[in-house]
Structure formats: C-alpha cells, structure tokens
Write a new protein. Structure first.
Length: 274
C-alpha cells in the first residue's frame, strides 16, 4: 500500500512542475492543494516554497546554453557599460536578484506573521484575493503591451526584481508579475518570458534555501517525502517547460487566476462560517 504522504508529495511535485511555468501562481495553487490535504497553513506555505528549488533545477538545465552565454559576458564586464550590449542581461539578472532577495525576505517575514494569526479560512481567502490581483495585472499587461525594447536597463532590473520578491506571497504569480512588468516596460512577449524564466532560477533556488534556513531543516516533512516531491517537480518541470511556454501564448491566464481566486475566497468564507 502506498504511503499517503508520499502520494501527496508526488502530486505536489507534479503540480509545482507544471504551475511554475504558468502565470497563475504555483505557490498559491499548491498551497491550496496542500491545505485541502490536511496541512496546516504555515506548513503548506513553507512546503510550496521549498518545492521551487526543484523547478529552479529544471530551468537551469533547460536554459543551460543561455546561462553559459550570460556568464561568459562576466569576463568583460565593466561598471560603466553594465547595461550595454552582452553585459546587459548579466547585470539585469544580478541586480534583479538582489532586489528580489531584499523584497522577498521582507514579504516572507510579514507573511509568516500574518499566516500565524489567520484562521484556515482566512488564509485561503487571502490567497484568493492575491490570485485575483494577479489576474488583473495580467489582463492589464495584455492590453497595454508596447513591444519596442530589447536591452534591459537598471530601472527594469529594480522594478522586475521588486515584483518578483512580492511573488513570494501565495497567490501572486512570479511569472505573471515579472513578465507583466516587462510587458509594461515595452518588451515583446517572447523576450519578457525568457527574461522572466532566467530570473526565476536564482529566485526559486533562494526560496527553497530560505525555507530550510527558516525552519532549521526540511519544512515539516520527512527527508523521503521532501526528496520525492523535489525530484518530481524537477523532472516534470523540465519535461513540460517547452510545451507550457507555447500554451502561455494562447490561453488567457488572467481569467484562470480570477476564477480560481474567486473560488478560493468563497471557500475561505465558507470555512470561516462553518
């Protein structure tokens, strides 16, 4: 007979491996799934953050050629030309990652305190509100895409990095906020998602490390359960990233976010009432 916790870990890894590439908040939806499976709010949040390390591995392997090119520009990097030519993407990733780390740690500390105070229903409803906010951002980005910029700037790095840091909140889509911000800044869809996913690698790995440091170990699960979930998210993430990037171009994910968010709010209110 299959251990129920291993089965939940396997399904959680599959969901993370798929949802990470879609602008619908992998963390928010995965947290809702783990809550439905009986995990406490804080444990569900930390486990969903921890699994981002698996998709960070998948993205690093998938984009290994581009990462080699970006790191290759390190040899000729100079402060006075940091955001010019080949060095621009390296500078963008470094500055945006630093901004993400600062904002993300502050947001995580705030969220951890809020989650501790909220009842289960209140936490689910909060995720719903943030999902709807993500949907509104995506809808706005679709309508106001400018598509005339190619080289990242310092302003882009700070803005996108800060938005990515906020995506540590469950219900706020990392890919949705970063790609949406880049679209607002004038990048076309292909460049926006490419930069977004390159930036996801250090951010997702950092989220996993943050949970381990915060809890002093694994997020309230056994090493076997953690390994199964992590390996599954990495494998599924690598297998699905190419196909799902094509799907993103065809599906109105803003409506998906709003729909799921509305259901989450309704479910949260129900839990508070009963």
């Amino acid at each position: 007979m299959v251990d129920e916790s291993l089965l939940v870990a396997f399904v959680a890894g599959i969901l993370q491996g798929i949802f990470e590439w879609l602008p619908i908040s992998s963390e928010g939806n995965l947290t809702l799934f783990l809550r439905a499976m009986g995990h406490q709010p804080e444990a569900a949040l930390r486990f969903s953050l921890f699994l981002h390390a698996g998709t960070a591995i998948a993205a690093a392997v998938y984009y290994r050629g581009e990462l080699e090119g970006v790191l290759g520009s390190l040899r000729g990097w100079r402060p006075d030309s940091a955001f010019q030519d080949r060095q621009a993407e390296l500078s963008f990733l470094v500055v945006a990652t630093l901004a993400s780390g600062i904002v993300g740690i502050l947001a995580y500390k705030t969220l951890d305190a809020v989650v501790s105070e909220l009842a289960g229903g209140g936490f689910v409803a909060l995720i719903g509100v943030l999902l709807i906010g993500t949907g509104i951002l995506l809808r706005s980005a679709d309508r106001f895409e400018l598509g005339n910029r190619e080289t990242p700037t310092l302003t882009d790095a700070v803005l996108v990095g800060g938005m990515q840091g906020l995506a540590i909140l469950p219900g706020v889509s990392r890919s949705g906020t970063t790609a949406g911000t880049l679209l607002f800044r004038g990048y076309d869809g292909a460049d926006a998602f490419r930069l977004s996913f390159l930036l996801s690698i250090p951010a997702a790995a950092g989220a996993g490390v943050l949970v381990v440091l915060e809890t002093g170990g694994l997020p309230a699960v056994s090493p076997t359960v953690a390994l199964v979930a992590l390996a599954t998210s990495a494998i599924i993430g690598y297998v699905t990233i190419d196909a799902l990037l094509r799907v993103v171009e065809r599906v109105s994910f803003w409506a998906v976010c709003v729909g799921i968010g509305t259901l989450a709010i309704a479910g949260g209110v129900f839990l508070l009432v009963v």
